[in-house]
Design a protein around this ligand. Structure first.
Ligand code: CUA
Length: 261
């Protein structure tokens, strides 16, 4: 058996033997480079996770002295959290996921440049050794309000610990807005979107496209949700869909909007 095999190799042309040896060397070199990138340089690819196991909200956590973790949830059209404050000298582990479509995540002026891919978690980390305001932008076109999809890292010597804004609270009304998809078009911080921002809306007088004016109160909110096309606010397109929202849910939204003003 062995003599037959060695006899066969003996018959292979010298040039062929060199080609085989070269191929083996290239494959080994490629594997070595992939291994070095992974274990030596710590470059990791997004890891796939079942969608229902993915984190559904952003969060912040403290691992140690000036060592933090931020889970960013990218979604149409913002990041959760939207603003993170950390002390100078902080190292922040970043975990990025998407709630809907593919988004970009670039911290301007640094080499953190990631993609938020649905169904996967993209890890990275950053060390802030200089104070400043670092903008986070979505650099992957993701729909109507892509341009306004951004966030901020605020790094300051006056800050003693991590804090964040724009995290989902356990607020029931906010949860309804989130689940019904309202927040895709209506921001909570005053930024203009496809529809008017919810911030400061409560109690205001709204000009409608049909020429009438309405005070934004419980009665108007109800009509607005149930018959959006008849209650379009001036300056916006009549694109709000009729959604199945129960009376209880409208009540929760009302409480939330009242508190948000
Ligand atoms: Cu998200 Cu562009």
């Amino acid at each position: 058996m062995a003599s037959r095999a060695s006899g066969l190799i003996g018959k292979i042309d010298v040039a062929e033997r060199r080609a085989i040896a070269l191929a083996v060397v290239f494959v080994a070199a490629t594997l070595a480079m992939i291994g070095y990138a992974n274990w030596g340089m710590g470059i990791t690819l997004p890891s796939c996770v079942p969608q229902d196991k993915l984190f559904q909200h952003g969060s912040i956590a403290k691992h140690g002295d000036k060592h933090y973790e931020v889970q960013f949830l990218a979604k149409m059209w913002g990041f959760e959290p939207s603003r993170v404050k950390v002390p100078v000298g902080s190292t922040v582990e970043i975990l990025l996921a998407s709630k809907d479509v593919t988004h970009g995540f670039q911290i301007l002026g640094t080499n953190v440049n990631l993609m938020a891919v649905p169904g996967s978690v993209t890890p990275s980390h950053i060390h802030f050794d200089k104070p400043g305001v670092y903008s986070i932008v979505c650099h992957e076109y993701c729909g109507a309000a892509h341009e306004s999809m951004n966030g901020v890292f605020e790094v300051s010597a006056d800050t003693t610990d991590i804090s964040a804004e724009g995290l989902a609270s356990d607020d029931a009304g906010r949860k309804v807005l989130d689940e019904k998809g309202c927040l895709a078009c209506h921001s909570l911080d005053g930024t203009a979107g496809v529809g008017p921002s919810f911030k400061g809306m409560w109690g205001q007088t709204a000009q409608l496209v049909n020429g009438s004016t309405r005070k934004v109160d419980a009665a108007f909110l109800r009509e607005m949700i149930l018959h959006p096309s008849q209650n379009t606010i001036k300056g916006f397109d009549p694109v709000m869909p009729e959604l199945p929202v129960s009376n209880d849910e409208i009540k929760l939204i009302q409480q939330y909007l009242e508190a948000l003003k």
